[in-house]
Design a protein around this ligand. Structure first.
Ligand code: HEM
Length: 371
């Protein structure tokens, strides 16, 4: 997916800054003593807005959620994502019944389909030259470029003879990108905000690093790249918090585990538990239960490669990881240039997590002070 390589991603620097500024402006309109308890939702809206613009060239207007004219697609996506989580963790029969019978889910899906088909039609209406150009920078254009010319004729062919993607398949791809692409990053951001309210020393160090590269509030790409401590903090967020608990692989042949000689058979599913690996004291020198970004500069710099797998590994590892890291770094740098997150109190900011598609912080209540 060349679209998600760094060379393409960095073109979105200003776009990410602008969207972050929009959220900051929403926050600045609130009274200074206000405790923000809807951080998870706010982060979702920010990442959704960014993702819509980057991938689909489409303004979901997600940051104006509380407007009465708020985009119906954004609302439908929130409903769809919450039912995805339910379906994901339920036995298949329950998931099928739920998606067929639940009126809100069916309505949300219909709205999403209508909008995505509209996006595809808009793309098709572009000139051939413009489509060829856009294909290199825009996900929807790239997917539309793989549409079958004659869907009816393709449908009559056997699976191995078919070429291109049908409209329904492109729709599924787009939905998969949406599901994989925004809630993961927004969950990481929400954990970051919670962490800053709990670890003010870390927050101060990021601010110091920011000040050392840029005294005014403009930040260039080169300056962003030089923020080494911030990279460590992002790694520590991905290690310390259970954003995705793990992944599964299914064996395509019989095999044995190397050390224990444990027999595994073709067809067996193996769970790879990221959170447990990241907290396994065997693999880390510094206490795994301390939030210590410095570990990545120091004793745990050369940790075992499989001890930290927030984006999975191998052929099916996350294709959006460079984008996710870039989004997080730009957003965090921009936020901490302007605000300080404070602890809203032991009860409302007690953390914990609930399991949606990702493991989201449950109780986040932070103050946001502008400097
Ligand atoms: C902090 C943010 C993110 C985290 C923690 C994350 C995590 C993951 C994980 C654990 C997997 C499974 C990998 C495996 O089984 O080895 C995955 C797959 C995937 N991710 Fe991400 N992801 C993030 C952001 C993104 C973004 C921004 C996008 C979209 C551009 C994206 C698109 C995908 C896709 C399409 C797959 C499926 C790849 C495949 O099955 O071949 N992810 N992600």
């Amino acid at each position: 997916m060349p679209l998600f390589r760094r060379a393409k991603i960095i073109n979105n620097f200003d776009l990410i800054v602008d969207c972050t500024d929009k959220l900051l402006s929403n926050w600045s309109a609130m009274p200074s003593h206000h405790v923000h308890c809807d951080i998870v939702r706010q982060c979702q809206n920010l990442l959704l807005e960014i993702f819509g613009l980057i991938s689909f060239d489409y303004n979901l207007d997600a940051l104006n959620e509380y407007d009465s004219n708020h985009n119906e697609l954004t609302r439908a996506l929130h409903v769809f994502m919450s039912s995805c989580a339910l379906v994901f963790y339920s036995p298949p029969i329950v998931g099928t019944l739920y998606t067929h019978l639940n009126y809100r889910h069916r309505q949300a899906k219909a709205i999403i389909e209508r909008h995505i088909y509209q996006l595809m039609d808009n793309e098709m209406a572009q000139t051939r030259e413009s489509r060829a150009e856009r294909k290199r920078t825009c996900l929807i254009a790239s997917l539309v470029a793989s549409l079958q010319e004659d869907e009816e004729a393709e449908a009559k062919k056997s699976e191995d003879k078919k070429t291109g993607l049908s409209r329904a398949e492109v729709l599924q791809e787009i939905l998969a990108f949406m599901v994989a692409g925004f809630e993961t990053t927004s969950t990481a951001l929400a954990w970051f905000i919670h962490a800053m309210s709990k670890y003010p020393d870390v927050q101060n160090k990021i601010k110091e690093e920011l000040m050392s590269v840029s005294v005014n509030q403009n930040l260039t790409l080169n300056q962003l790249d030089s923020l080494v401590y911030l990279d460590c903090v992002i790694n520590e967020i991905l290690r310390f918090y259970p954003i995705t608990s793990g992944t599964v692989r299914t064996l395509t042949a019989d095999d044995r585990l190397p050390e224990s000689n444990f027999q595994l058979n073709k067809g067996d599913s193996v769970l790879i538990p990221f959170y447990n690996l990241a907290h396994n004291t065997q693999h880390w020198s510094i206490d795994t239960e301390s939030f210590a970004p410095e570990r990545f500069l120091d004793k745990d710099k050369n940790h075992h490669p499989y001890a930290l797998l927030p984006f999975g590994g191998g052929h099916r590892q996350c294709i959006g990881q460079a984008l996710a890291r870039f989004e997080l770094k730009v957003i965090i740098a921009r936020m901490l240039q302007r605000v300080t997150f404070g602890d809203g109190g032991p009860k409302i900011n007690s953390g914990g997590h609930f399991t949606g598609l990702t493991m989201q912080p449950k109780h986040v209540g932070v103050t946001i002070e502008f400097s």
